[in-house]
Design a protein. Structure first.
Length: 327
């Protein structure tokens, strides 16, 4: 069986769908809560659904049956201020699962984040050496917690400590796609713009406070969630490959490009306004992200990534505009 922490969340549930299409035995570790988050996994056959506080006991009972762990679970809200909660979930639990996989010889594939690159001044090169990681400076506690674990893994490898037979960290860039509906204001801007088109309201993008960047010209590497799943399944099928890898398209696009793609997909003229950025974000805002994808390609991954216009059109036509919008 394959365990997916955060398996009912956005990326985790899309991974569930990918594994279900291959008829894998799937264990989802997550809290479902009181909203419609359960719908993210409702279409797929599951062996178990376990709460995170019961994960350790489950691992001890079924360790012989575990094929691999995908660790997608995290406190991912970039505005979360409870640093103790973030570290407990994003660092301590990650360490525990990595050590468990090392002890029992199980592959371990985990979600890092492009947020670890901070303002991008040190570049977006997925160099996993301690020297390179030490040059990165994060803008919020979430990003720091992810970086802290990346550095911890790098230290274990440098010290030749016991490690899982496969250890892969994936620095996801700006992901959009189905099953993100429970994320509130952390939903992708693509989904939020679509919601405004349904209401026939203008969508307010953030103003720019960078003299070199026009309003709406802030750049992101927007990546379709289905491409993330393809990458993760590829690593599962290539257990000899280890390391820390970027996962993005390798092509930065502006928020105006994203907005235009959504409006084109719904057949409406763009209706964009601009709003002030919250004061707490002004000094912590990334104006540019773009994945360097050479390392993943060099490892042998050759599948192309879906471009922005194609991905947004796919999202709108096959999910957002449907009565059943879940993957």
């Amino acid at each position: 069986m394959i365990i997916i922490t955060g398996g009912a969340g956005f990326i985790g549930s899309n991974l569930v769908a990918g594994l279900a299409s291959r008829h894998e035995r799937i264990v989802v570790c997550d809290w479902l809560g009181r909203d419609d988050k359960w719908r993210n996994i409702s279409k797929h056959e599951l062996d178990h659904i376990i709460a995170p506080e019961n994960l350790e006991a489950f691992l001890n009972e079924f360790q012989a049956e575990v094929k691999a762990i995908f660790h997608m679970g995290a406190i991912s809200t970039t505005t979360e201020t409870d640093a103790d909660l973030i570290i407990d979930t994003n660092f301590r639990l990650s360490r525990h699962l990595w050590n468990w996989c090392a002890l029992y010889n199980k592959p371990f594939i985990y979600a890092s984040s492009a947020a670890t690159y901070g303002d991008g001044s040190a570049g977006f090169n997925d160099d996993e050496s301690l020297e390179a990681l030490d040059k990165l400076h994060q803008l919020n506690t979430y990003a720091w917690s992810k970086h802290l674990f990346d550095r911890w893994v790098a230290r274990q490898k440098q010290n030749n400590n016991k490690k899982p037979p496969q250890s892969v960290g994936l620095k996801f860039f700006n992901v959009y796609g189905p099953n993100e509906y429970h994320k509130g204001n952390q939903r992708s801007v693509a989904e939020q713009i679509f919601a405004s088109t349904v209401r026939k309201e203008a969508f307010p993008l953030f103003k720019s406070y960078n003299a070199d960047c026009p309003d709406g010209g802030q750049l992101r590497d927007f990546v379709w969630v289905g491409d993330l799943v393809k990458v993760m399944l590829w690593f599962l099928d290539h257990p000899h490959i280890n390391g820390l890898f970027n996962v993005g398209t390798g092509k930065a696009r502006s928020f105006i490009d994203l907005a235009n793609a959504v409006y084109a997909a719904v057949g409406q003229k763009p209706n964009i306004t601009y709003r002030e950025m919250p004061p707490e974000l002004k000094l912590k805002y990334q104006y540019f992200t773009e994945a360097r994808m050479h390392k993943l390609v060099k490892s042998g991954y050759t599948s192309p990534f879906i471009g922005l216009e194609e991905g947004v059109n796919l999202y709108v036509k096959h999910y957002l505009s449907k009565e059943d919008k879940y993957a």
